[in-house]
Structure formats: C-alpha cells, structure tokens
Design a protein around this ligand. Sequence first.
Ligand code: XMP
Length: 321
Amino acid sequence: QWTIASIVEEQVAKIREQIGDGRAICGLSGGVDSAVAAALVQRAIGDRLTCVFVDHGLLRAGERGQVERDFVSATGVNLVTIDARERFLAALDGVTDPEHKRKIIGREFIRVFEQAERDLKAQGDYRFLVQGTLYPDVVESGGGTGAANIKSHHNVGGLPDDLQFELVEPLRELFKDEVRRVGLELGLPETIVHRQPFPGPGLGIRIIGAVTAERLEILRAADSIAREELTAAGLDRDIWQCPVVLLADVHSVGVQGDFRTYGHPVVLRPVSSEDAMTADWTRLPYDVLERISTRITNEVSEVNRVVLDVTSKPPGTIEWE
Ligand code: XMP
C-alpha cells in the first residue's frame, strides 16, 4: 500500500538525516517494535547499525533463540548478545513496587547498552540509540498531548540522567498495526511481524511480588504452556496478547492425589485490542481454557490454581503491574 511505502521512505530519509555518517546501536527486545525499528535503521544506514540483545533473564522460554536465529537470518544484521541475567536479578532484589521495577529495569538496560557502546567504540563512534517507541507509549507517558502519566514505560519515562546517546525513534508516530505493515514492507518474516506485544520489563512485571530466579522459572513454564496451547488452537491472530501473571505472594490450598497442596495461582489475561489503549477480555473457547489449566497444574508443580481475568481496559490495564 502506498501509504506504508511512503512511511518507510519518509522515515528512512529522516533517519539518514539524523544519523548522517554516524553509527547506531539498537537494542532488540525480541518484539516487533524493536525489530521493525532496527530494520528501518538498517535500511537507512546499513552496517553502521549494530544490534544489541540483552538477555535480562526476564524473557519467556525460547525468546533469546528466536532473536538470534529468526531476526538475524531475516536481516543479516550485526548482533551482539549480552548475558545480563545476574545483574538484573541483583538490581531487582526485594523490589515489589511496579514503577520501581520499571525504573530499575529501564536504568539497567541503558547501563548495559552504555557498556556495549564502550565495547563497540573500538570499531567507530556509536552515538545513536535506536528505540521502538510507539505513539501510544508516548501518549501514556505524558509526552503527547498532556495526557496523565499512567505508567512510565521504560522506553520513554525511565531513562537515567547520564544518558550518553541521542535517541532515534522512527516509530514514534505510529500505532501497532502500522508498525506491523511497515515490518512486512521491509521483508521481515510473519513470525516476527505478527508476534504479540510483550513489555520491555518482561516477566519482571508479571510476577506480583519480588522477582526471584525461582519465580521466573515457574512463570516461564506456565507461560510457555499457555502460549503453546493458544498457538495449537490457532488463536494467535485472534488475541492481542495473553499475559500470564504469577501471584507469587498468594498461596491457595489445593489437592493432588492424596495430598494437600499449598501453591500459587496464575492468572490468564487474554485480551483483544486494536492498539492497547483500550482492550476487552477475549472469550476463549472453554476447551482451550481447560487444556491450559490442566497442563499448567499438572506440569508446573508450584502452581495449583489457574484463574481467568475478565476485566476490560479500562478500568483494568492489560498488564497487572
Ligand atoms: P497496559 O498494561 O498499560 O499495557 O494496559 C498496554 C500495552 O503496553 C505493554 N506494556 C509495556 N510495554 N514497557 C513496555 O515496553 C512497559 O513498561 C509496559 N507496560 C505495559 C503491555 O504489554 C500492553 O501491550
């Protein structure tokens, strides 16, 4: 479609003008936003872009492999992977407040990139940082038309004062559906373009309570089962996203065989949406819900209860934190 082709053309020109003959780093999160932002910048400046993928330990099962395999094979970009799992866990130790978690994760992200920049200096002057900030992120962080700061999205509101990069944000005027069409226009594979959104702070804001390595393992296992079953049922394109949330500080009594259990609940939060500004809870088929519930309680021993969130946005947000 001509409008999308012209968005690509216009953004590529803007990027070239901003970056000149400089070099840029782009953090890949595994999501469509950063992938499309990176692909746009690569189209504009070629191999003067280096992508950095931070494994912050808050990823879902298999995500690191998907970035290293799918994205690199689709685009051929230079990719550096940094394993920062220990660092993020240490920084989040004992933190329960959602905005505090976001601030910490955002700050650590930038610090890790700054380290990456120092490491890349040997090859040239990397002064630009590419981010996949969308229009709704800008509006909800109060950067748009004066809207209230609902949540400080880490890629807009949580930047530290000692930021050493100039930001390049080629998706800043776009909604999610436009970003997907730009991605297709740029030749990215469907697996990346139609990937459901996943928040930058990752599973860190889907554990209600403090983040620990053990809790991450539990949530990752439950989330992976939910995603497998939704995919198997052919529902990926019908739902916007389906957070799985671990109520880590809540215990409930259950029974398994002859034994009483005392485990955690997980919440399924399937939502339908156009742009994440508003959302409705998705009426998933009962048999799919049953399979997810049975598998999670059978396969994840710490979880003994699966509950369904039937709240629209507003008044609920999509994420629980
Ligand atoms: P809420 O929970 O505000 O979420 O209804 C709207 C959309 O934004 C995602 N989300 C985030 N994305 N950093 C992000 O990059 C964040 O801190 C963050 N919080 C929420 C959420 O998954 C949904 O798609």
